[in-house]
Design a binder for this molecule. Structure first.
Ligand code: 5RP
Length: 220
């Protein structure tokens, strides 16, 4: 079974969390694309509207005729479904491989339940093998890079990439994140950082992992 087939399995399993008639939060990435396509195919009438975490997901949902609404109009959400680049067993996540981390963190914060969907390769013991994305105000790129180096990582500028918010991304390599909450706070406090792609203070509530033997449900 390919990683993409595993992602699709996890995405289909997330459909069960949708309350008919609700407005849901929708993340970004290839796993979420399966989720969006599955809503369109199987549950279109059941989703009143979606709050999107990126221009890419907005476009995909609109192509399917799924109404997209602004978070300010939607208010608090019951459900947010999104992928991840890594998860530990506490459901602390690294996100932002697709560069949508800031809006993803906002929608996750606005949601009662965060269901994370992924293939089983994403579950790790210690976060950090996947380079940690940090969204940065462009003028602070070098300053923030120097600060990140002090934490022991090697920041690499994601060239030719601008986020939906007009900022840049530094991907921090070679971190061994033993204390995700502490590191999330430390990096978020750096002047010029918009968001770090560590989701530890607001982890996922449920992790649906697609694998060879079906979908495994992990809770913290
Ligand atoms: C985008 C994200 C994605 O959820 C993450 O990169 C996982 O992507 P994929 O589902 O393609 O493996 O955080 O910013």
């Amino acid at each position: 079974m390919t990683a993409d087939e595993k992602k699709k399995q996890a995405a289909l399993a997330a459909l069960e969390y949708i309350e008919p008639g609700s407005v849901i939060g929708v993340g970004t990435g290839s796993t979420v694309n399966h989720f969006i396509d599955a809503i369109a195919e199987r549950m279109k009438g059941a989703v009143e509207a979606a709050v999107s975490s990126s221009e890419a997901s907005t476009e995909r949902m609109q192509q399917h005729g799924i109404p997209v609404v602004d978070l300010n109009a939607a208010g608090a959400l019951d459900l947010y479904v999104d992928g991840a680049d890594e998860s530990n067993r506490h459901l602390h996540l690294i996100k932002g491989g697709g560069g949508a981390l800031t809006r993803e963190k906002i929608v996750a914060a606005a949601s009662k339940t965060f269901v994370c969907i992924a293939d089983d390769s994403k579950l790790v013991n210690i976060l950090g093998e996947f380079p940690l994305p940090v969204e940065v105000i462009p003028m602070a790129r070098s300053l923030v890079a120097r600060e990140l180096t002090k934490l022991g990582g090697q920041p690499v500028w994601r060239e030719n990439f601008i986020t939906d918010n007009g900022n840049i991304i530094l991907d921090v390599h070679n971190l061994e994140i033993m204390e995700p909450m502490k590191m999330e706070t430390q990096i978020n406090q750096m002047a010029g950082v918009v968001t770090v792609g560590l989701f530890a203070h607001r982890p996922a509530d449920v992790l649906l992992l697609g694998g060879e033997d079906g979908v495994k449900t992990v809770t913290a």
